[in-house]
Write a protein of this length. Structure first.
Length: 634
């Protein structure tokens, strides 16, 4: 199942290349008179489904394997495979073959097969394969390889291991159990500069100098990422223009719900208008506490402080321990989506002893599996995310290839009798990631590129953000809360206090608009002569949206800029607005949840997201529920 050793990774990468080469060779040798959809495109689709799962397993090891050598080999294999697929997608002979098959069979195939063909052909066009020019093809190839290399350099800078020295006074306010396993010498803590620790210190350290020091240290190790971004975005801009697009943003957004960069800016302006009043109210609250300028290292701290002060529940995390929270979430989702979720004992070795596996049944049929790798460790992916490993395939013969995905987290490790304790926003994160898991598992299709969350990228976060609403329901908080020692739940008044803290999110949403604006700027048609000129405009946007005080810009750690989310960071806000709209219909209605599962989740990417939303709502989605949500709290 997993490639846990370097030789296995290298062999698997070579197998992918050899198999796909042979597949294309074999189907392209079939005479035109003998060609049909099954012996050409369906063979190609099936082959890709298998090979992409192998690629996913290889690249996944780069993020989670305990052995640094294995992680490095997986990273090298990812670059090798990325370059290989880049070459394939620029080949005119393959593009011409697929187009000829499509032209011949298009009227005789069903809607899913047509959608598969449309997406496949568009992929080749967006790689420049339709331009039968060897010189330009080589240019596209060189640019894509360089973009891939720069993205890896950016990520490696983020993942590089370093520590910061802090004493107990500097760490006042930070939960003590966070540092139980941290190296300590003569009263000094040597804290790893990883997301797990940085986020906790920024959120809880009472000493502003500590928050500033940690913020700057975390960004300093990635300072060169600003130079990388300058080079990367310039290449992306040239690449898009060679393909006939005005900007890289328009190149990326063409097939998403929003369609154009100008529509993104219009959307962000509208949300800014909806949010501004409430942002200023929350900012006034924070300024009345701090009585000074609010810097970037203050945003999360004062959001948490406001919550703590209003909650007044000592050690609230002791009411949310991992095992119990997981059990409640899995039971809740099983009922809402008419599925069974059971712990599994896999017959294969996992990459770490802490990993647990589960199976998902629908009508007693295995439709997917997922693994949980929840706790922090050295060298591991530094945030929380769902990794899709195997796409669910429901083939024409009624046979299901179950999906497989992994939830990777960096939650606090259990220690002794103390279980892993969660802040309430950790609970919210778990609901979010399970939204991705269920979308992957319940959305079956004939073709892997239409299954699960293979949807428009500005829609992909909607099912996850929708599920976040569940953790704010009174009855759910009652079920989720259970003191790890006494077994008691939070009292009703304390639960109401938790729900009331939901309003302390407007500053973060406003900064999200700012980061989305930066994302659009860097991927616009606008060119910069040098890094200094680029940073001048970036810092102007950061200042306008309250992201101030940075010695090193926020973009040095803005991972989305080098991922598939490049030019698409607005999608979090876009999906969130629609999630509020849908949840306002779903809330408290099992029949509506069934309809949601049928018309959106189970369809995967077999229809356009806008169509699915209209089918469910019987209207176009809007931001009215989002505006009501804001007004309910202020």
């Amino acid at each position: 199942m997993w490639y846990l050793f370097t030789h296995e990774i290298n062999n698997a990468a070579n197998y992918v290349i050899e198999t796909l080469d042979n597949t294309y060779k074999n189907i392209m040798e079939i005479s035109p008179s003998d060609q049909n959809f099954d012996n050409t495109m369906r063979v190609l689709s099936s082959t890709y489904a298998v090979l992409v799962s192998i690629v996913n397993k290889i690249t996944f090891m780069k993020f989670v394997h305990p052995d640094e050598d294995v992680r490095n080999v997986a990273g090298d294999a990812e670059i090798k495979l990325g370059n290989y697929f880049s070459d394939i997608e620029t080949r005119y002979d393959i593009y011409e073959f697929i187009c000829s098959v499509c032209k011949k069979m298009y009227n005789d195939i069903d809607a899913d097969d047509k959608r598969y063909m449309d997406i496949l052909i568009k992929t080749f066009i967006k790689s420049g394969a339709n331009i039968n020019d060897k010189q330009k093809t080589q240019q596209f190839k060189t640019m894509r390889e360089k973009m891939c290399r720069l993205c890896n350099e950016f990520q490696n800078n983020m993942n590089s291991y370093s520590e910061i020295e802090l004493n107990k006074i500097e760490l006042d306010g930070v939960p003590e159990f966070l540092f139980l396993d941290v190296k300590k010498i003569k009263g000094k803590y040597f804290v790893p500069l990883t997301f797990e620790f940085i986020s906790q210190i920024i959120s809880h350290a009472n000493n502003e100098k500590t928050r500033k020091k940690v913020n700057e240290a975390y960004k300093s190790k990635s300072a060169n990422n600003i130079n990388i971004l300058f080079e990367l975005t310039n290449i992306r801009r040239r690449y898009a223009k060679l393909l006939g697009y005005t900007s890289y943003a328009d190149y990326i957004l063409e097939n998403y719900m929003v369609k154009t960069s100008s529509a993104v800016l219009s959307f962000l302006g509208e949300i800014q208008n909806d949010l501004k009043e409430f942002y200023l109210k929350e900012l006034d609250i924070v300024k009345s506490i701090k009585k000074d300028e609010i810097y970037v290292w203050d945003i999360e701290y004062y959001a948490v402080k406001n919550i703590k002060d209003n909650l007044n529940i000592p050690h609230v995390e002791e009411y949310f321990f991992m095992d119990h929270v997981l059990n409640v979430i899995l039971k809740d989702l099983s009922l809402l989506f008419n599925i069974q979720i059971k712990a599994d004992d896999p017959p294969y070795e996992m990459w770490h002893r802490d990993v647990k596996e589960y199976i998902v049944l629908s009508n007693d049929k295995l439709v997917g599996k997922f693994a949980l790798d929840l706790f922090a460790r050295a060298g591991k992916f530094g945030s929380c995310a769902c990794f899709s490993i195997i796409d669910r395939i429901d083939d024409i013969n009624g046979v299901t290839v179950p999906a497989y995905c992994v939830l990777v987290g960096n939650f606090l490790n259990p220690r002794g009798e103390r279980p892993s304790l969660l802040q309430f926003d950790d609970v919210q994160t778990l609901y979010h990631e399970f939204g991705h898991i269920l979308h992957n598992i319940l959305g079956g299709a004939k073709h892997s590129i239409l299954s699960g969350n293979h949807v428009e990228l500005d829609f992909i976060e909607m099912p996850s953000q929708l599920l976040e609403n569940l953790c704010w329901e009174f009855s759910n908080i009652k079920s989720l809360s259970k003191h790890w020692q006494t077994g008691t739940s939070l009292c009703d008044d304390d639960i109401k206090k938790i729900i009331a803290t939901r309003k302390y999110n407007c500053i973060k949403l406003y900064t999200q608009i700012g980061l989305s604006m930066i994302d659009q700027l860097l991927h616009s048609e606008h060119t910069f002569d040098n890094v200094k000129e680029m940073m001048k405009e970036v810092l102007e946007i950061e200042t306008r949206y309250g992201i101030i005080g940075n010695k090193i810009s926020e973009i040095s750690i803005f991972e989305h800029l080098i991922s598939e989310y490049a030019a698409t960071y607005y999608g979090y806000l876009w999906s969130n607005v629609y999630a509020y709209d849908l949840y306002s219909v779903l809330r408290g209605s099992k029949s509506q949840w069934d309809k949601y599962n049928e018309l959106i989740i189970s369809r995967g990417g077999t229809k356009d997201a806008g169509e699915m939303l209209y089918d469910f709502l019987n209207r176009n989605p809007n931001n009215e529920a989002f505006k009501r949500h804001l007004k309910n709290f202020f």
